[in-house]
Design a protein around this ligand. Structure first.
Ligand code: URA
Length: 211
């Protein structure tokens, strides 16, 4: 597994405002969107492209374009939805599938409650969006789900990651999967409630309110 922690002053600035407990939902949503677009630039570094012949106003040339099959972007409901626009801003031709995962706060077990994805993901590059890689259980279940459908090239984009979750993910995922995690920061640790420390709190609540 490759882990890319993006070291950029704009990423650090936006993340600091997101972490601040006084930042209200509307600003949080806007900044999360901008931050994901910056992360998407790195996350798409190996997106599949092919040479194409075009003609500029001056001369013919060989250019480069995204190839088929189109990349698949998979926001994990609910908090991953807050990252969708930021990623599709850079990859507007991607298709979007959805996975709804819920974690039992006591057992930490993850179950799938919604799924809108093609049955066959063979050859598709997948970009999984989940803001907080905490224990890693949600991403492990999501990546396994995509792997079972044939995906082999999977990039997870997170705002924050905990060292414990990164290790769990690395240990759990089959080596056959070419797995990359792109994150704005790797934080210190998890607390006793499996929240990331220092973190930013509950990403879903901060994006969408407590419902
Ligand atoms: N999910 C969150 O939203 N925040 C955390 O700190 C951990 C998991």
């Amino acid at each position: 597994m490759r882990v890319l922690e993006i070291d950029h002053p704009l990423v650090a600035h936006k993340l600091t405002v997101l972490r601040d407990a006084t930042t209200r939902s509307s600003v949080f949503r806007q900044l999360a969107d901008e931050l994901v677009t910056l992360l998407a630039y790195e996350a798409t570094r190996n997106v599949a492209v092919a040479p194409v012949e075009i003609t500029t106003p001056v001369s013919p040339m060989t250019g480069t374009k995204l190839t088929n099959p189109k990349p698949m972007v998979v926001p994990i409901l609910r908090a991953g939805l807050g990252m969708l626009h930021g990623l599709t801003t850079l990859l507007p031709t991607a298709e979007v599938g959805f996975l709804g995962m819920v974690r039992n706060e006591e057992t930490l077990e993850v179950t799938t409650y919604a799924n809108r994805l093609p049955d066959d993901l063979t050859g598709r590059q997948c970009f999984v969006l989940d803001p907080m890689l905490a224990t890693g259980h949600t991403l492990i279940a999501s990546v396994n789900y995509l792997h079972e459908r044939g995906a082999r090239d999977i990039t997870c984009v997170t705002l924050l990651s905990a060292p414990e979750g990164l290790k769990n993910l690395d240990d759990a995922i089959d080596d056959e999967v070419d797995l990359t995690v792109v994150t704005a920061a790797i934080d210190e640790r998890l607390n006793e409630k499996s929240y990331i420390v220092p973190g930013l709190g509950d990403a879903g609540d901060r994006l969408f309110g407590v419902v």
